[in-house]
Design a binder for this molecule. Structure first.
Ligand code: ATP
Length: 344
């Protein structure tokens, strides 16, 4: 079985809505004499993923591991150095496949900062009608649609349509951002820490709204968050990133119930659990991630891994299918040279 393809609950491979292969993004750092680029930040390195129609793919990992860079690559806010993407069978490739403009219609993004994302000079209804008008929807229809969308995100149109962003609370503004993301009837919505700035009670309301909207509009989500509990609640599958790479990916129950990569195990053990019986005995993760300008050779996690051996410095582990999930660790590769190989 191709380990990158998501698996439906019935066990068969699901049709990917978005397939990204070999994405790489290295950010040059100007330095030295004449500002020549001498070093690069390896933000995302040869990363492949697929998102199935109708699923929510959760993305987790420590700060700086490349989650937002993946999001920005998927919507082409930034161009990959390498790699390709296919949206519902069509390559994202000008001039032969679908254009970046079309990609950005079908794939929308919601960011964390609800205020910075909105134009302070536009009323809410103008904000929501803006993109549809730019795509040729007549003004009156665009405004009607905007009012409908406001109602869908729980904001009474007669009360909110003519307000400005500064007159709204953070939760209300984020509802507007979500409505705006839906205005062009996208198929995939990428939520990058979209609920992280909200109070817990508001966050819960917005999460439930996201679940309802997904159902009503037949959406697919990529949900990026540092909050492991929220990711577990919302996701069908979860992708765990470390220093620009996927270390583990699979069904949410497999990742949370039986994490296999030493990094995933350490990450999950660090999360607060209300139930003392559910606290794991795993050693918490030590230290900070290495500098992405000069990542360790072989496995990038080896400098913090309790199971690291010489082989881990020599071989870059690729994702290996272990059944319910895929894991990039030599311990899961028989004959890899790791003393625990095949019996981690
Ligand atoms: N425009 C840029 N120029 C240089 N380096 C960048 C740029 N954007 C991101 N980076 C670096 O790339 C790496 C990945 O960053 P990214 O924002 O994708 O991580 P993240 O997992 O989303 O982090 P966080 O959870 O803190 O948002 C980091 O080391 C970051 O400093």
């Amino acid at each position: 079985m191709d380990t990158l393809l998501p698996v439906t609950d019935r066990g068969g491979p699901a049709q990917p809505l978005l397939l990204a292969t070999g994405l790489r993004k290295h950010f040059p750092i100007p330095g030295g004499l004449l500002g020549r680029t001498t070093k690069v930040v390896r933000a995302v390195d040869d990363l492949s993923l697929s998102v199935a129609k109708g699923e929510t793919l959760g993305v987790v990992g420590e700060s700086g591991c490349g989650k937002s860079t993946v999001a920005r690559l998927l919507i082409r806010l930034i161009k990959p150095d390498r790699g390709s993407m296919v949206l519902d069978g069509d390559p994202v490739d000008e001039p032969h496949g679908i254009t970046v403009n079309e990609l950005r219609r079908q794939v929308q993004m919601v960011f964390q900062d609800s205020y910075a994302s909105l134009n302070p000079r536009l009323t809410i209804v103008e904000t929501l009608a803006f993109a549809p008008k730019a795509h040729g929807v007549p003004a009156a229809e665009a405004r009607d649609r905007a009012r409908d969308l406001l109602a869908k995100v729980g904001l009474e149109p007669s009360n909110f349509a003519d307000r400005y962003p500064h007159e709204l609370s953070g939760g209300q503004r984020q509802r507007v951002n979500i409505a705006r993301a839906l205005a062009l009837r996208p198929r995939l919505v990428i939520l990058d820490e979209a609920v992280s700035a909200l109070d817990k009670s508001v966050e819960a309301q917005v999460l439930n709204m996201l679940v309802d909207l997904k159902q009503e509009f037949g959406l697919t989500y990529v949900f990026i968050s540092h909050d492991l509990n929220v990711v577990q609640y919302l996701s069908d599958r979860v992708m765990v990133m470390y220093l620009g790479k996927i270390v583990e990916i699979g069904h949410v129950d497999a990742i949370y119930g039986n994490p296999q990569h030493p990094y995933t195990r350490a990450l999950l053990s660090a999360r607060p659990s209300m139930d003392p019986r559910k606290r794991t005995r795993e050693a918490p993760i030590q230290g900070d991630p290495p500098n992405p300008i000069d990542p360790p050779s072989g496995c990038r996690f080896r400098t913090r891994c309790p199971f690291a051996e010489e082989a881990c410095a020599k071989t870059v582990p690729v994702l290996a299918d272990t059944g319910a999930q895929s894991v990039a660790c030599l311990m899961y590769v028989p004959g890899s040279g790791h003393s625990r190989a095949g019996r981690p």
